[in-house]
Design a protein around this ligand. Structure first.
Ligand SMILES: NC(=O)c1ccc[n+]([C@@H]2O[C@H](COP(=O)([O-])OP(=O)(O)OC[C@H]3O[C@@H](n4cnc5c(N)ncnc54)[C@H](O)[C@@H]3O)[C@@H](O)[C@H]2O)c1
Length: 252
C-alpha cells in the first residue's frame, strides 16, 4: 500500500523508538519525511535508515519546548518538501520533573498543533497525529504502593497526556472546517528506550506485560501503523478522536 504517496510529513522525536518506526512507516507508505529530534545525530540516523529502506527523508535538530524552533522547523519542512501534509507530534519524555515533563509532553505538542494546523489550513489541509498514551485516558498503576509523603509518581506525565487528548479535541473542532484533521494515538507500554529503566529489570518487564490483557508489550511498528492510518485518506472522516494501541490495557 502507498496510502501517503506524495505527502510531506514531519515527525518529532524521530530519533528513537516510536518516532523511528513512524518515519520508516510513513516513508514506506510514500511520504517524504522530515525527521526532527533534540538529538540531531539520532535524527540523522533515522533519516539514513529511511534512505536505506528506499524512502526519502531529511533530518533536523528540534527542541519542541522552543516555540521559535517548532515554527522554524515547520517552515523549513515546507520549503524543503514544497508543503506539509502530515505532522506526527510525537516527541516525549518519561521520568522528568513536573516542569520539564509538561514542557515537552504538553507545551511541545501545543506548539506543533498551533503552527502546523495554521500552515496546513493555509495550504488546503492536512492531518496531525498527537502521540498521547493510555496515561491520557486513565491513571497509571505503579509496581509499589504510592509513598505517603510524596506526590504520586507520573503525575506530570498523566496530566500532560490527558492534556494532549483534550487539545486533540479542541484543535479538531477548530480546524474541522478548514481541512485539517487532528487525532491522537494512545499507546500502552511499548518496548522502546523510553521505558528501558523498567524493562531492563525482569520483574519490571513482567509487571508491565501483566498490565496488558494480551500479555505482552507493544512494538513501535504497531503504533506507527495506527498513526499512518490516521494520517492517511483512509481516515478521511475521522477527527478529534483517540485510537488506543494498547493490547487491551484500557478495556478493563
Ligand atoms: N514507550 C512507551 O511505552 C510509550 C507509551 C505511550 C506513549 N508513549 C509516547 O510515545 C512518544 C515516543 O516515545 P518513545 O517510546 O518512542 O520514546 P523514546 O525515548 O524512544 O523516543 C523519544 C524521542 O524524543 C526525543 N525528544 C525528547 N525530548 C525532546 C524535545 N524536547 N524535542 C524534540 N525531541 C525530543 C528523544 O531524543 C527521543 O529520540 C512519547 O510522546 C511518549 O510519551 C510511549
Amino acid at each position: 500500500m502507498a496510502g501517503l504517496q506524495g505527502r510531506r510529513a514531519l515527525v518529532t522525536g524521530a530519533g528513537s523508538g516510536i518516532g523511528v518506526a513512524m518515519s520508516l512507516r510513513l516513508a514506506r507508505d510514500g511520504a517524504a519525511v522530515m525527521c526532527a529530534d533534540i538529538n540531531e545525530d539520532a535524527a540523522r540516523r533515522t533519516a539514513a535508515q529511511v534512505a536505506e529502506a528506499g524512502g526519502f527523508a531529511e533530518a533536523v535538530r528540534l527542541d519542541v519546548t522552543s516555540e521559535d524552533e517548532v515554527r522554524d522547523v515547520i517552515e523549513r519542512t515546507i520549503v524543503a518538501f514544497g508543503g506539509l501534509d502530515v505532522l506526527m507530534n510525537n516527541a516525549g519524555i518519561a521520568g522528568g520533573d513536573w516542569e520539564r515533563t509538561v514542557a515537552v509532553n504538553l507545551t511541545g505538542v501545543y506548539y506543533g498543533l498551533v503552527h502546523a494546523a495554521q500552515a496546513m489550513a493555509l495550504r488546503g489541509g492536512g492531518s496531525i497525529v498527537n502521540t498521547a498514551s493510555v496515561a491520557g485516558l486513565v491513571g497509571l498503576a505503579g509496581m509499589q504502593p504510592p509513598a505517603a509523603d510524596a506526590p504520586p509518581p507520573s503525575s506530570g506525565y498523566v496530566a500532560a497526556k490527558h492534556g494532549v487528548v483534550g487539545m486533540t479535541k479542541q484543535f479538531a473542532l477548530a480546524y474541522a472546517g478548514r481541512g485539517v484533521r487532528v487525532n491522537a494515538i494512545c499507546p500502552g507500554y511499548i518496548d522502546t528506550p523510553l521505558i528501558a529503566g523498567v524493562t531492563s529489570v525482569e520483574a519490571g518487564r513482567a509487571f508491565l506485560e501483566s498490565l496488558h490483557p494480551m500479555g505482552r508489550l507493544g512494538r513501535a511498528e504497531e503504533v506507527a501503523a495506527a498513526a499512518a492510518f490516521l494520517a492517511s485518506d483512509d481516515a478521511s472522516f475521522i477527527t478529534g478522536t483517540t485510537l488506543t494501541v494498547d493490547g487491551g490495557y484500557t478495556a478493563r
